[in-house]
Design a protein around this ligand. Sequence first.
Ligand code: HEM
Ligand SMILES: CC(C)=CCC/C(C)=C/CC/C(C)=C/COP(=O)(O)OP(=O)(O)O
Length: 302
Amino acid sequence: MTTAMLTTAPITAHWRDFLALTKPRVMTLVVFTGLCGLLAAPGHIHPVLAFTAILCIALGAGAAATLNQWYEADIDAKMKRTANRPLPAGRMDRTSALHFGVGLSFFSVILMGMATNWLAAVVLAVSILFYVFVYTIWLKPRTAQNIVIGGAAGAFPPVIGWAAVTGDVTALPVALFMLIFFWTPPHFWALALFVKTDYAAAGIPMLPVVSGEVATRRQIWFYTAIMAVAAMAPVLLRLTGLLYGTVALLGTLLFAVFAFQVYRRRESDPARMGPERRLFKYSILYLFLLFGAVVVDRWLLA
Ligand code: HEM
Ligand SMILES: CC(C)=CCC/C(C)=C/CC/C(C)=C/COP(=O)(O)OP(=O)(O)O
């Protein structure tokens, strides 16, 4: 632990550090999937309310990320990738981060309820609570399956966006939830393979640390196969049309090629993880593409 985390003395943090706590880069995709859930939903929502709903998803996700870092400041201090975050680097005191995270959580959920409906607000609250309590506090330090179950938190945004418009949850938002749910293990474990030493140093039981690289590569391939079914489900269930079907098919085939390359490798030097880095980067583009295609497709069909 750094001195800054142990001290009770308040530190006047820069606004940039509060912004950094919300993990803005990761949240772009979280917000995009929420926006796509909202745009794919049938019915009408006033543009100002639609904007407010997306803002609430962004603020809620930022709040969850803040509380994650408040809880994990000592772990983040031990990892090269995270050591320069505002708390471990001593640019902010933990109490400020806690107040910011809790305040933002309540603000986003209450505003969502008032601007749209309480179903959307409850699902937003569940995803924040899931990320903080189920993933960060309960599963992450205990089991290598942490991100499989805990990853559900990141799958809620399209459901929230959809519910904000319709006030209900039907088959398509559930299918989109499933897609992100089964996408998360290959997304994260590809990265975990090349930052393995970081997690080992911090004592976090991520899969490559606990079960080894071969098992991780096999699990990536296994979840890619289930993800492929989830990706095709919307078109097979006739919830979307052929435009989405084509993008999903081609996008998923490329995902499978990259995942298979990762599966076949036996490289353990973190400096030589080209295919693993490629799969991780492509996983992000993949979700952008498929979610964008859902919206375009639904608009074309309408
Ligand atoms: C439990 C589930 C997940 C875990 C453990 C995880 C983990 C990570 C980690 C460790 C990074 C490296 C970047 C950093 O230092 O923060 C990352 C990057 C990223 N993640 Fe995930 N992720 C998860 C779910 C998601 C979800 C649900 C989304 C969006 C739908 C997402 C989108 C992204 C994006 C866009 C990046 C790249 C950020 C950049 O460009 O720096 N992740 N993820
Ligand atoms: C609406 C709402 C609440 C959305 C939440 C979205 C969500 C759960 C995103 C997960 C993304 C993420 C950065 C995980 C990092 O895991 P980590 O915290 O273990 O990563 P670290 O090692 O970088 O700290």
